[in-house]
Design a protein around this ligand. Sequence first.
Ligand code: 2P0
Length: 333
Amino acid sequence: MNLTQNDVAAQLLAECMPDPVATFEAFAPVNIALCKYWGKRNATLNLPVNDSLSVALAGKGSTTRLTRLPNAGGDEVFLNGTAVDAGSRFHKKVVAHIDLFRATVPGFLRVETRNDVATGAGLASSASGFAALTRALSGLYGLQLDDEQLSILARLGSGSACRSIYNGFVRWHKGVRGDGMDSFARPLPESWPELRLGLLTLTGEAKKTGSREGMQRTVDSAILYGSWPEQARRDIARLEHAIVQRDFTLLGSTAEQNAMAMHATMLASWPPLLYWQPESVQALQKVWQLREDGVQVYATMDAGPNVKLLFERASAGDVYAAFPELELIIPFE
Ligand code: 2P0
């Protein structure tokens, strides 16, 4: 039987006793994957082929305020202070996510979302956006869902959103069940106060091929994708070991190799998929040169042209000197 998103949400919400309030605001952080989510075993429910592991960007993400509109004929959606056109994809995705909850608590809403990062430029604004929306819906309706239930519901909006329910290091367990009730994220207990991330926003332009479509194209057409689950299995084990041991070289090198392997599967797709821009290649080459010069810095990239740097506090001066434009993030502040 092919389950719908509504079937899954109804199952989760069946036990809840709603106690709605008039308005509620929630925040969720952006997350950067060190082992990527790339490929789905179920596209309707966003069930992944592989486990993934991310780190949240503390204090940088989406803030979503929901207000109940007793007399409205539809949902109103605002992004960064501007009304979103009701015919747009963004509006439809937001309404579809609210619809998952509407059977439990009817009525329309005003949705006001602010993103601290560029929307649609490979900086995971959909992850923080759906996580914040899910948290806000649970708060607005007084549903008392736990974090694993929130993670499952956020995943229905966008796979990587299930990781944005938490701060710090987070592992998304892919699960094996057809209904995805075992496919949610959990935080790792470790922190890493010396860890730094550097965001290089090379271009804030929206990309031509969304990650959803890109992922599917890779799974459907790239023979190279066959090796991806094994790559992810190895890398996630290495990353967890690196985190427990605070082994930065192992963490950085594994994250960079994982990102390069994911992009290799994209390039091996048909038609080929390349999110990189000339500026992305220049940044990577600079990273590689810095390492040759003895600076411990590594790079990761998602479904977009922007490059994210990984380093520790001790290298911050050298990294800044090479990339004065970088935006510094301290994930475990
Ligand atoms: C990640 N990405 O792990 C990977 C790396 C992009 C490259 O998760 O279709 O927006 O909504 O489940 O979550 C982006 O994919 O895709 C993503 P959907 P999503 O961060």
